[in-house]
Design a binder for this molecule. Structure first.
Ligand code: AMP
Ligand code: MG
Length: 413
């Protein structure tokens, strides 16, 4: 490669190494969905906490049914009914059984449960006779049948959740072990601004020579999608005082990461550069990727800063490649990783040898996926991104791939 081009991998590693995880806060369980758990969680008690019936039926002593058959059923005396949530009142002795419901505590003396369907009883519908005093059993039962033993799922002290992003099932597990609040990393406050004299807010009339500020909306939406609190800092015109004021807004808002779009191509970024150099630092990194080669990294008054290119597709790809892992890293994930899938090319691909992120549609085909590019790959062509459901990643150094070759892809939906 020519002059000091950074690989995507090295650029990302350098960026992430400069970030510190956000502080930890305790939030109510129902506000923790999608947040990153900040501590390993250990089971405060065995689960199940008591021997539990897994069926509606009868708790028995398996020895009592040893000789039971169709011809010679075992007849047991019903001593009580045990609903879920109530403790049994009696110990089971030889010749006795207790009606038991799913989730109810097994009575002392019992070592198995026989489902009601396997007896001469019939509890269908709402008819639950509690006046039946004798029940017939037609077969033997193994000790332990239909019982969830104490600690079957996990033992007290065992790590049941390690640091991770919380999904609905993790929220449920935390509730199951009695957590009302949970320690998570504070959500990332992402301070976003766009820059450029050509930009107009959507909804306003569009004078000649101007364009609507679409990046603000794409990037804010990406930020939200990846779990950040997006703080809109405004549209900075190309005036030093305005750029300064916009950056100061980020400080006042206490953002964790400053993100700007446009003006990182040479010569056009003077005021953001000037402000960052005056109050922090700024590096222009020429990253060996396409789209989005010129990317700015630095800090403003100690707040990390990322400057994405202005071209709408470059801004989008730059976010996926750098800002998304930065958000994850600020949320305590030291090793943000992204799942990719292997797809088969449905057409040949030519690239210029930089690591390329190509817009594509992938579809299921037999066991795998097949990919087609979505039209011309110009970095301003947001429409071809809208038709895409994946980004194909062509590694650096590769200039040609034949149809049928396998490449990695990020699924966008
Ligand atoms: P720049 O990075 O300033 O050289 O801008 C590159 C291209 O992106 C130019 O065509 C800009 O008009 C366009 N652009 C810059 N900012 C935005 C934005 N916020 N929304 C949409 N397009 C933009
Ligand atoms: Mg510009």
């Amino acid at each position: 490669m020519s002059d000091n081009l950074l690989s995507v991998k090295d650029a990302r590693a350098r960026l992430l190494a400069s970030l510190k995880p956000n502080p930890i806060e305790e939030v109510p369980l129902l506000q923790a969905l999608g947040r990153r758990l900040a501590e390993d969680i250990r089971a405060p008690f065995d689960f199940p906490l008591f021997h539990t019936s897994s069926m509606d039926g009868f708790a028995v002593r398996s020895a009592d049914l040893m000789a039971a058959s169709r011809k010679k059923p075992a007849i047991l005396e019903v001593i009580e009914t045990i609903p879920a949530g109530k403790l049994p009142e009696h110990k089971l002795s030889t010749g006795q059984t207790a009606r038991i419901m799913t989730g109810a505590v097994l009575p002392e003396g019992a070592d198995a449960v026989v489902p009601v369907e396997q007896t001469d009883q019939d509890w269908r519908g709402e008819f639950h006779p509690t006046d039946v005093l004798r029940v017939a059993f037609f077969q033997s039962v193994e000790s332990g049948a239909y019982i969830r033993p104490v600690g079957e799922d996990y033992r007290q002290g065992e790590v049941i959740l390690s640091k991770r992003r919380l999904r609905p099932q993790e929220i449920g597990l935390l509730a199951m072990v009695g957590y009302k609040t949970v320690p998570v990393y504070r959500r990332v406050r992402l301070g976003l601004f766009s820059s450029g004299d050509e930009l107009v807010e959507p909804g306003e009339p569009l004078p000649p020579g101007k364009i609507y500020d679409s990046n603000a909306y794409t990037l804010a939406s990406l930020g939200e999608k990846y779990g950040a609190d997006v703080v809109w800092l405004g549209l900075a015109r190309d005036h030093p005082a305005q750029v300064h004021e916009t950056l100061e807004g980020g400080v006042r808002e206490g953002v964790d990461l400053l993100l700007s779009t446009a003006g990182v191509s040479v010569g056009a970024f003077d005021y953001v550069r000037q402000m960052l150099e005056q109050f922090g630092k700024l590096d222009f990194w020429r990253v060996n990727m396409r789209p989005g080669k010129p990317i700015a990294f630095g800090s403003y008054r100690e707040i990390p800063f990322i400057g994405l290119p202005g071209n709408p597709v470059s801004a989008f790809v730059g976010f996926e490649v750098f800002v998304r892992p930065a958000i994850q890293c600020l949320e305590g994930d030291e090793n943000p990783d992204r799942q990719s899938v292997q797809v088969r090319l449905g057409q040949e691909i030519r690239s210029d040898g930089r690591e390329s992120y190509l817009r594509a549609i992938i579809e299921r085909e037999n066991e795998g996926y097949v990919a087609q590019l979505t039209g011309h790959q110009g970095s301003g062509n947001l429409h071809s991104l809208v038709s895409a459901n994946a980004l194909l990643i062509v590694p650096s150094g590769v200039k040609f791939l034949p149809a049928g070759a396998l490449v990695s892809a990020w699924i966008l939906d």
